[in-house]
Design a protein around this ligand. Structure first.
Ligand SMILES: Nc1ccn([C@@H]2O[C@H](COP(=O)(O)O)[C@@H](O)[C@H]2O)c(=O)n1
Ligand SMILES: C[C@@]1(CO)OP(=O)(O)OP(=O)(O)OC[C@H]1O
Length: 160
């Protein structure tokens, strides 16, 4: 069995008049994330970690933000397509560990649904996806609620 690790990071700006999609679910909040897609920063970090683990470039390489077909796209579709790109190379997802940096909203209560949603999209066990949340103690752009960032580490596997 060959195993590889990958790391992903993403940031999106918080603005008024947009929905807040995080971890594949819609959250109630006064602002939402701005992007070409639904701007689900956690799913984008996970896509980048998966692509990085397989040495397959990054999310913008496969799904350019200049392409009309990805305008306002549900990032769950991009995550599913990413898992399929890895499957074409013989890789399956081992486990994922991710952190969302957001001053608000409180995410704790929503994390189980994010885990279930993402696990279903990726075809993995809920137990194989860990999602954590932290504030940045009011420091920096996340602390000022100007944006939300996310980090993800993944392990992928392939039979030799
Ligand atoms: N948006 C957030 C941020 C944090 N949490 C939870 O609160 C705990 C404490 O956060 P600190 O940034 O003060 O360390 C953190 O461990 C999370 O459980 C949250 O739910 N939503
Ligand atoms: C997802 C894509 C494509 O719709 O757009 P954004 O929502 O702007 O997200 P980003 O994390 O900047 O990069 C990938 C993009 O190509």
């Amino acid at each position: 069995m060959k195993i590889r690790v990958g790391f992903g990071f993403d940031v999106h700006q918080l603005v008024e008049g947009r929905e807040l999609w995080l971890g594949g679910i819609l959250l109630e909040h006064t602002k939402g994330l701005l992007g070409h897609s639904d701007a689900d920063v956690l799913l984008h970090a996970v896509c980048d970690a998966l692509l990085g683990a397989a040495n397959m470039r990054d999310i913008g390489y496969h799904f350019p933000d200049t392409a009309g077909e990805y305008k306002n796209i549900d990032s769950k579709i991009l995550l599913k397509k990413t898992v399929e790109l890895l499957a074409d190379k013989g890789y399956t997802v081992g486990n994922i560990d991710a952190t969302i940096c957001a001053e608000r909203p409180k995410l704790k209560a929503h994390i189980p649904l994010m885990q279930e949603t993402m696990a279903k999209v990726m075809g993995i066990d809920v137990d194989d996806i860990s999602i954590k949340a932290t504030t940045t103690e009011k420091l920096g752009f996340t602390g000022r609620e100007e944006g939300i960032s996310a980090y993800a580490t993944v392990l992928i596997e392939k039979n030799n």
